[in-house]
Write a protein that binds this ligand. Structure first.
Ligand SMILES: [Zn+2]
Length: 433
């Protein structure tokens, strides 16, 4: 089943015409309603009425994460605050978080692309879905919720955590579709076995996993453990949340809903388009959003794109799994973590040195763990244990309040952390992805 066949299977020329029509309306809308973008477009010499088709997108300026941060909270909004119905906040690099807003129409768009996502993975109206993505400021839970409502699924909104309860609910209600992070589904399999539950025995057909990087071996492990089809979902809150791209049953790239989220793949250094099939940075323009539409947003995710029609019948282009990042952001349990956030905390604590390292690990069947190694100065390190413990607790508390995830902190002697002549190696990611 294809949720919106008329656009998901649209011939290329007709799709370009549709996208061009949207862009012709979008640019004047943004120009007339957002002072920040008006300045950017003026500086780029783009007259809003000069947009004739989708090919003109290349004349538009890029939007970056810094633009969002610098204009926090409302600078990039095109809709008035009275029309904003929902806001979500995600962590930023330092200081200001990223704020995204939705008008009623935007929530409608989100519901639509999430219904397409669920359908693309193989869900069918009437199915029961367990949504174990976090509900709240994180867009995962509510995004799936809106899509499932739109599609006519029966929703069990368990949110994340409380694993024993999740497993009990699974047994009692036999959902056919599961949505959560890939590391959490593996963790639940392990917990299930410990509780004497056979994860293979459910009514499972499909899992929709995302919000953190994962690999083909991990997919095989999930499919084996749960006896389900494990598919990959892609999204980011700046664009809409989950619902930007989704794998179909062929598991050969993620269909990006390009009629509304126009993709370009560029060289991250020059900003020039790279040829089809080559790796580059994914850039997305939101063609129909109202509250905070973005022009050529630099996602910093490295992917390649394939415009060939898929065996499933969809013509929407497919992006690869994320192959890397242009910055040093890491994603842990669905939360974006920037080393600079930790640096910021440490700079505010007198006793520490600005030398640190973040170690992320995914032990077999456990959730991702973050350990922060922090150098302390000679004087402090020779202090009594009680003082060291107090300092460690203080650092832990401050980092956790900034990152919104649990971490462990280890204090190390001066000069323990390897120095680099070039870019410091702030992150050691031991997860096998
Ligand atoms: Zn397909």
């Amino acid at each position: 089943m294809i949720w919106k066949e008329e656009v998901e299977c649209m011939p290329e020329a007709k799709l370009a015409e549709l996208q061009g029509g949207y862009l012709k309306e979008l640019v004047p809308y943004i120009y007339n309603n957002c002072e920040v973008y008006k300045k950017k477009l003026d500086a780029a010499g783009v007259k809003p009425d000069s947009i004739k088709g989708i090919e003109d997108i290349k004349r538009l300026p890029f939007t970056t994460k810094e633009d969002m941060r610098d204009n926090y909270p409302y600078g990039l909004f095109s809709a008035g605050q009275q029309d904003v119905r929902e806001i979500h906040v995600s962590s930023g690099t330092t200081g200001n978080p990223t704020l995204v807003g939705y008008t009623k129409e935007d929530v409608g768009l989100w519901s639509d692309v999430m219904a397409r996502t669920l359908c693309c993975a193989g869900a069918e109206p009437g199915d029961t879905i367990q949504i174990a993505y976090g509900y709240g400021l994180f867009t995962g839970g509510l995004g799936f919720h809106y899509g499932a409502l739109e599609m006519g699924l029966r929703i069990i909104p368990t949110s994340s955590g409380q694993t024993a309860r999740q497993l009990k609910i699974m047994q009692d209600f036999n959902p056919r579709v599961m949505a959560c992070t890939p590391s959490y589904i593996l963790y639940m399999a392990e917990e299930a076995k410990e509780m004497g539950i056979d994860p293979k025995k459910g009514n499972w057909k499909i899992g929709i996993f995302g919000a953190e990087p994962w690999s083909e071996p991990m997919r095989a492990e999930i499919e084996e453990a749960w006896n389900m089809l494990a598919t990959d979902v892609y999204g980011l809150s700046e664009i809409i949340g989950p619902g930007v791209a989704q794998e179909c049953r062929n598991k050969d790239g993620l269909h990006i809903f390009s009629d509304v989220f126009y993709p370009e793949i560029v060289n991250p250094t020059t900003g020039e388009e790279v040829p089809e099939g080559q790796d580059g940075e994914l850039v997305i323009t939101t063609l129909t959003k109202k509250a905070i539409p973005l022009l050529r947003y630099r996602t910093r995710d490295i992917v390649c794109i394939n415009y060939e029609k898929c065996r499933c019948g969809r013509t929407s282009p497919r992006i690869s799994k994320i192959r890397g990042r242009t910055d040093d952001m890491i994603v842990v349990r669905g939360i974006n973590v920037f080393p600079s956030q930790i640096e910021h905390v440490l700079l505010g604590i007198e006793e520490t040195e600005p030398h640190y390292q973040i170690v992320v690990d995914r032990k077999a069947h456990k959730l991702d763990e973050v350990e922060v190694l922090v150098e302390v100065n000679e004087k402090i390190f020779s202090d009594e244990v009680k003082k060291l413990n107090e300092l460690r607790a203080k650092i832990k508390k401050e980092i956790e309040s900034v990152l919104s995830i649990g971490v462990s902190v280890t204090l190390v002697e001066p000069k323990t952390i390897e120095r680099s002549m070039g870019k410091a190696k702030r992150v050691v990611d031991k997860r096998t992805v």
